[in-house]
Structure formats: C-alpha cells, structure tokens
Write a protein that binds this ligand. Structure first.
Ligand SMILES: Cc1cc2nc3c(=O)[nH]c(=O)nc-3n(C[C@H](O)[C@H](O)[C@H](O)COP(=O)(O)O)c2cc1C
Length: 237
C-alpha cells in the first residue's frame, strides 16, 4: 500500500493528501471545511451563493426569500462570517475557497475570499486565465485550477506563466466526479475522458512546467486512492 504523504501547495503544508471538493450552495461552508482542515486535509469553503448562509442573515437584498442581484447573492459579509466560523474550528491551518469561474462577479468573489483569509483559491468550471492578475498583490495566496485535460492545463500554464505565476497545484476531475468536466454528456464514457487516462495526461503536461502537486478527483474509496496514486497522483480530491 502506498504511504499517504503530505503535500505542499504554495507555502502551505497539507498533512494528509486529501483535498476536500468545494460544494456549492451550503454543502461545504464553515463546518465541513473547518473540520477537514482541522484533521489535516485541505478544507474548501464554497465561495458561491454565500447569501444563503445562516438563513440569509447577511444578505443585503432579499425579496420573497431570495437574494436579488449578483452582489446580494455572493455576499461579502456572509463570506467573512463563514471564514471566521471555519477558523474557530481549524485555527490557522490552511483553508481553501472554491470559486467557479462561470459565476457572475468571479473577480469580486476572489477579492472577498482573500479578504476573508483564504490561503488557497481553487477554480473550475472554465479557464481562470485572469486569476494571477487578481491575486497579484497577494503572493502568499496559492492558486489552483481544476482541469479535465492536459490541454486545459497547457492553456492555463502558458497564460499564467506570462503573468508571472504557475499553478501551485492542479486538480484533475474525471467523469465520475460531481464537478464540471467540460465534456458533453454523451462523451463522458469515452476512454480518453476516464480519470486513469487524464491523470497521466495532466501529469505529463504538469511535468513540462514544474513540480507543483496535483490532486485527482472522482475518488470513491481507499482502493481508488491507491490506484490513482500508483498512476502518480500526489493527492486526492
Ligand atoms: C452538491 C455538489 C456541489 C458541488 N459544487 C461545486 C462547486 O461549487 N465548485 C466546484 O468546483 N465543484 C463542485 N462540486 C464538485 C465537487 O467538488 C467534486 O465533485 C468533488 O470534489 C470530486 O469528488 P467526487 O468524486 O466525490 O464528486 C460539487 C459537487 C457536489 C456533489
């Protein structure tokens, strides 16, 4: 059995190579993310639709029980509160914030997450080509894209390198994960999209740019962890 070794993401050491997936709309907020980080994995707070935190308590504009407008929906006040409460659980252990690229107000939410104390920004659902620019005044904030192909990682690395950064880690999600793979539903079962194949492909691309660790998603149990680590993954998601 392969030994599970810690990984470094930017300047942050994650004792157990388990990166909790960001899960939007209330699934991964303070309690889950704080507890994962407290126990040595990387907890990930979902940065989307934070208005719904604590029954819309921090939302500035609610009509008929719904936040109105992107600014109300992605509430800065709620984000600050979620991080504050997660920190009560995990102290100063590393905490990530997952922010979907496809959301409205992406750049604003990155700003809120940094102000709230996120150590690591994780982004999927699109190519976050502008992310290095958004964190340029925060060199300690690690940046991590989620990809489903070596090609996507190549595009990101090329653009980020030109902006003076590279990913601090990369997360690979296959078709069995609950994420946004960027593949048509009818193509999900093609062999080229299976996790085992894309892990190798992404690792090959990663090796051309540096040795930042990558995590693989779509993992069910310890057998899957062992299998994917045999293929070279440094962590699981
Ligand atoms: C309810 C739910 C909400 C999710 N929301 C997000 C999200 O906001 N951002 C994201 O990048 N991934 C999101 N995901 C994808 C998970 O992060 C990803 O599926 C997981 O980490 C990979 O592990 P899995 O194999 O258990 O799905 C979501 C998944 C679920 C099930």
């Amino acid at each position: 059995m392969k030994e599970l070794k810690g990984i470094k993401i930017g300047k942050y050491y994650i004792e157990k190579p388990i990166v909790q997936g960001g899960m939007g709309v209330g699934v991964s907020w303070d309690q889950l993310a704080g507890t994962v980080s407290k126990n040595g994995g990387l907890g990930t707070i979902s940065g989307i639709c934070t208005a719904y935190y604590d029954n819309l308590k921090y939302c500035k504009k609610v009509v008929n029980g719904r936040p109105i407008g992107a600014e109300a929906l992605n509430s800065k006040e709620a984000m600050m509160e979620i991080f504050k409460n997660a920190r009560k659980i995990c102290g100063d252990k590393p905490l990530a914030c997952n922010i979907l690229h496809a959301m409205n107000d992406y750049s604003k939410v990155v700003e809120y997450a940094i102000e709230a104390g996120a150590n690591i920004i994780v982004t999927g659902a699109g190519l976050p080509l502008e992310l290095p620019k958004l964190v340029e005044n925060h060199p300690d904030v690690a940046i991590v894209p989620i990809v489903s192909s070596g090609r996507a990682l190549k595009i990101i690395c090329k653009k980020w390198k030109a902006a003076g950064r590279l990913p601090d880690a990369v997360i690979v999600e296959g078709p069995k994960s609950g994420g946004h793979q960027g593949v048509k539903a009818e193509d999900l079962f093609l062999s080229e999209h299976q996790l085992e194949n894309i892990v190798s492909e992404v690792k090959e691309e990663r090796d051309k740019w540096g040795d930042f660790p990558y995590a693989a998603g779509g993992i069910w149990d310890n057998d899957d962890i062992q299998k994917i680590m045999e293929l070279g993954a440094d962590a699981v998601h």
